[in-house]
Each structure stands twice: as C-alpha cells, then as structure tokens.
Ligand binder design. Structure first.
Ligand code: GCU
Length: 347
C-alpha cells in the first residue's frame, strides 16, 4: 500500500478509534466496551489467542464488559495503536517489542540479535516474571504496561530473487526492518541497507521493488502473502523478538481486585492459546510456502551473521547499564538449556 494511502488509512483508523471511544457506552446499557487492536490477519495465532481471551472475559464478566477485537491494522499501524493505548482511546493492543523500544529504551534488550541461544531459553526467559518485570513496567509513566508476551518465532531474511547464504549476500540490498534503532543498527552491521517501515506497507513495497526483501518469521510468508513475492527464505535466525499485549494503565487500575484477577486469567489463556496455535501456524506456513508459493528454504552457517552483530550487545549494555541484570539472567537460561541439550546428546 502506498505510503500516502497508508497515512490516510492510519488517520481513518485514528478517527474511527476516537469516534468509537466517544460512543463507547451509548448503545450497550452501560457495558464497558474493551477495545483491542492488532496488525495480523484473522488466521494468525495472536488473533486466535485474542478470540479465546474475548470469549473468556465475555463469559466471566459479560454483564459489565464487552471485548471487541480489531485485526489487520484496522485501527492503524502498531505505532498508531500504541499511541491510542497510551491515551486510552483503546484499551489494549499487540505491539512488537521492537516498536516499544522507542517508548522505553529498556525494551531494546529483547531486540538484540542472537540474544537467546535456543527457543527453550527464549520461552523460559519470557515466562520468568522476575526477569521481565523491570522491562514490562518501564512504560508505566508513558501510560501503558505490558500484561503478557506472545511468541513471534524466529526472524530470518527473505528476498525476492537473491538467496542469502552469508552476510556478504546482503550487501547492496534494501531490506525492510521494523522501526527500531537496534534493528537499523543490526542491518548496518550486516552490510544491508535498512529500510524501516510499518508491517502493512511491506507487501506493496516488495511488489513494487522499493525493497529487495524483508526479515520475519515464517507466518509472514503465508498470512501476509510475502511468500508470493519472495522466493528465498534463509534461516540465519538473527532474532527472537516477542510480541507484547500492552494495556492502558488507567483501564487496568480501574478494575476491581476480582476483575483484575479474571483479566489476569484471561491474559494467561491468551498466552497459552497463542503458543499452541503458533506451532501449527509455523508448520502450515512452511508447508504452504514450499508447496503453493514455491519458496526455497536455505540453512546458512549462522556464525558469520552472529560475529557481525555481537558488538551490538556490548554497545547497548554500556548505554543502558540498568538492564545488565536482565541480560545476565538470560545468559543463565542460555547456559542451562545448552547444558540440558549436551546431557541429552550424551544419553
Ligand atoms: C511479526 C510480529 C508483528 C510485527 C511484524 C513486523 O509479524 O508478530 O508484531 O509487527 O513482525 O515485522 O512488523
């Protein structure tokens, strides 16, 4: 979608949300409408998880609340939706951790390339509230708080027509990245040309040749049609960046203790349902990419990619010494799961 159209749609989304906020209680006999926005299609695991959350809250608290879910950037890009959540025009949205780095630099830690050395270490770290609380609470002053995390798999490069086997293959290519300083710096270190834009703009930018490729998990091939255009998907596995459900602070604080408990249970249901659907979603997307979209999967040696970007860890930690303890806890999980793998290898 062209940038100007996207802006108009973004504005439409904002206006729609403002109008919705004003008419919130009018036709619902004082029921409070709880609005949640996200940027994925209705096939996506996050939408499936939110539907389970919606059903649970409507069943448990339906006399007072009605949950409404707005998919597919209907309320604007993730950045627009975070702003709507900040002001309370909507109550929740799903945002990539990447986007949140511009609202609190602490979130930058989860954007570091090759931060987690395995999927197990990633999941264990994100499930550990003692580890995440310092990051998730750091946007309190900005008006919102992260209430749960969602799996967004591993990010890998994919291109229209140039297979990526090593960082040198990225040279001269325009690669879309998320709008985050860490991602832009990561691309610089890898030698590609970073082109930041919102997720909804990627398809037409690929189609019109404005960019040569992008980087994302496998679901983008299926749900966003990127596999129709990009024929090489290269498992360099540079990042595991979580998606986060953020909630407006005033809304969360206004809940009674009992309601808050039920919402917390709902967040757990969302998290669990999304993670189960994630496994099937990835499998189906790979199957679809190979059989229907003609995508070739490449498994490069990841070491040269890691060597190129590891200096980012040091520079981010020296700029933000407060997040060092969080980084150290993640390293402990990395070591723990590396040891478990080694033991399993021996038996
Ligand atoms: C993934 C992630 C989204 C994000 C998107 C992107 O799909 O789940 O939250 O917006 O990547 O690259 O922008």
């Amino acid at each position: 979608m062209r940038t100007w159209r996207k802006h108009v749609l973004g504005m439409t989304g904002l206006l729609a949300a403002a109008a919705l906020a004003l008419t919130g209680c009018a036709d619902s006999q004082e029921k409070r409408i709880v609005r949640i926005g996200h940027n994925q299609s209705t096939n996506h695991p996050s939408h499936i998880g939110l539907t389970a959350f919606q059903e649970f809250i409507n069943a448990e608290l339906g006399d007072k609340y009605v949950v409404e879910v707005y998919p597919s950037e209907l309320l604007g890009s993730q950045t627009d939706m975070v702003q709507l959540t900040q002001t309370g025009a909507i109550d929740f949205c799903i945002a990539s951790n990447s986007i949140l780095e511009t609202f609190s630099e602490n979130y930058g830690i989860f954007n570091l390339p090759y931060l987690f050395s395995s999927q197990e270490a990633y999941h264990a770290s994100m499930d550990d509230e003692a580890l995440t609380e310092m990051i998730f609470g750091s946007t309190k002053d900005a008006g919102f708080t992260t209430v749960t995390w969602l799996d967004a798999g591993t990010r890998n490069f994919y291109t229209i027509n140039k297979p990526i086997h090593s960082p040198s293959d990225l040279k001269g290519l325009k690669i879309r990245v998320q709008q985050s300083p860490t991602n832009i710096e990561m691309m610089r270190l890898l030698g590609g040309s970073a082109t930041p834009m919102s997720f909804g703009e990627v398809y037409t930018s690929l189609q019109s040749g404005i960019i040569d490729g992008a980087e994302n998990n496998e679901l983008a091939l299926r749900d966003n049609g990127h596999g129709d255009i990009c024929k090489y998907y290269s498992y360099d596995m540079h990042q595991m960046i979580p998606d986060l459900l953020i909630g407006n602070n005033a809304f969360l604080e206004d809940l009674t203790e009992k309601e808050r408990e039920i919402f917390e249970e709902g967040f757990d249901i969302l998290n669990e349902t999304q993670r189960e659907a994630w496994v099937d979603g990835v499998e189906d997307s790979i199957h679809n990419a190979i059989n229907n979209q003609g995508v070739e999967f490449i498994y490069p040696d990841t070491k040269p990619f890691q060597d190129a970007v590891l200096p980012l860890h040091e520079s981010v930690l020296s700029d933000l010494p407060a997040i060092q303890p969080v980084y150290d806890m993640i390293q402990e999980y990395n070591a723990q799961y590396a040891a478990t793998d080694a033991e399993q290898g021996e038996t």
